[in-house]
Design a protein around this ligand. Structure first.
Ligand code: PEP
Length: 249
C-alpha cells in the first residue's frame, strides 16, 4: 500500500498559480519520489483541467476534487457530478471535509449519499472525519469518530479497499498550526482501523491519512506512525517549496 500525500488547495490560487505550483511540485519531486508514495493535488474546480494537463501521464501523481453532487446530471445549479470530475481527469474526491461539515453545514446523511455515489461512479473517496475541540474536551473523540464513520459510510456496502481513504482531521488542528500529539494520532488511527476491520473485508488496504497543520518540520515523524498511510495538507501545500519537502519527508 502506497502512502498518499495530498494537497488540498481549498479556495486559493489563480489559474496561473495553480498551473505553476503543480509544475513545480512535479519537477521538484518526480525523480526522487519514494517508491512507496503517491501525490494527489486537489485544486479548486475552475483549475481542475489545467492541473490535470500538468499531471497527465505523470506516474504516481493524481488529481482530486474538493466536492461533488450525488446525482448523474440534471437541474442542480452550481453543482458538479462525478462524471464531470472523471471527465477532467480526477481520480479522487474529498467528502466530509471539516469545512463542508462546519461551514457549509453538510450533514451525515448527505455525506453518506456523496460517498456511496462517488464510489459507485468510479471515483476514489477520501472521507474526512474529526472531532471538535469541545468534543475532545468532553472525552467524546471516539464516539464522534465512530458516529461519523457509521453514518457516513452506511451505504458503502462493497468497496474495493483501495478506493476508500479515510482522513482523520481533528477540527481544532486544521489551519491552526496546532498539530495533534503523536499519541492522539496513534489512538485515533488505531480506532479507525479497528472500525474498518469490523466493517469491510480488506480493511488493511484502506489508507488512513492524518490532516491538521502538517508541515515540513513534522511530516516525517507523522508519516512514520503506525496506521498513518499518508497526510492531507492544507496551508503547507500551497507552495511547492513546502509541499515538496512533505512529499519527500
Ligand atoms: C485541511 O484542510 O484538510 C488541512 C489539514 O489544513 P491545514 O494543513 O492547513 O491544517
Amino acid at each position: 500500500m502506497k502512502q498518499l500525500i495530498a494537497a488540498n488547495w481549498k479556495m486559493h490560487k489563480t489559474w496561473e498559480e495553480s498551473i505553476q505550483t503543480a509544475r513545480e511540485i512535479v519537477v521538484g519531486t518526480y525523480n526522487q519520489l519514494p517508491a512507496n508514495r503517491e501525490v494527489l493535488i486537489i485544486p479548486s474546480f475552475p483549475h481542475l483541467k489545467a492541473v490535470s494537463d500538468v499531471l497527465a501521464k505523470q506516474k504516481n501523481y493524481f488529481l482530486g476534487a474538493q466536492n461533488l453532487y450525488p446525482a448523474l446530471k440534471g437541474a442542480f445549479t452550481g453543482e458538479v457530478s462525478p462524471a464531470q470530475l472523471l471527465d477532467v481527469g480526477c481520480s479522487y474526491v474529498l467528502v466530509g471535509h471539516s469545512e463542508r461539515r462546519h461551514v457549509l453545514q453538510e450533514q451525515d446523511e448527505f455525506l453518506a449519499q456523496k460517498a456511496s455515489f462517488a464510489l459507485e461512479q468510479g471515483l476514489k473517496v477520501i472521507f474526512c472525519i474529526g472531532e471538535t475541540i469541545e468534543q475532545r474536551q468532553q472525552g467524546r473523540t471516539k464516539e464522534v469518530l465512530r458516529s461519523q464513520l457509521e453514518l457516513g459510510l452506511k451505504d458503502v456496502q462493497k468497496v474495493d479497499s483501495e478506493d476508500l481513504v479515510i482522513a482523520y482531521e481533528p477540527v481544532w488542528a486544521i489551519g491552526t498550526g496546532q498539530v495533534a500529539q503523536e499519541q492522539d494520532i496513534l489512538d485515533a488511527h488505531a480506532f479507525i482501523r479497528e472500525f474498518l476491520q469490523k466493517t469491510f473485508s480488506g480493511a488493511e488496504e484502506v489508507r488512513i491519512l492524518y490532516g491538521g497543520s502538517v508541515k515540513p518540520a513534522n511530516a516525517s515523524s507523522i508519516l512514520a506512525l503506525d496506521n498513518v498511510d499518508g497526510v492531507l495538507v492544507g496551508g503547507a501545500s500551497l507552495t511547492a517549496e513546502s509541499f515538496n519537502q512533505i512529499i519527500l519527508a
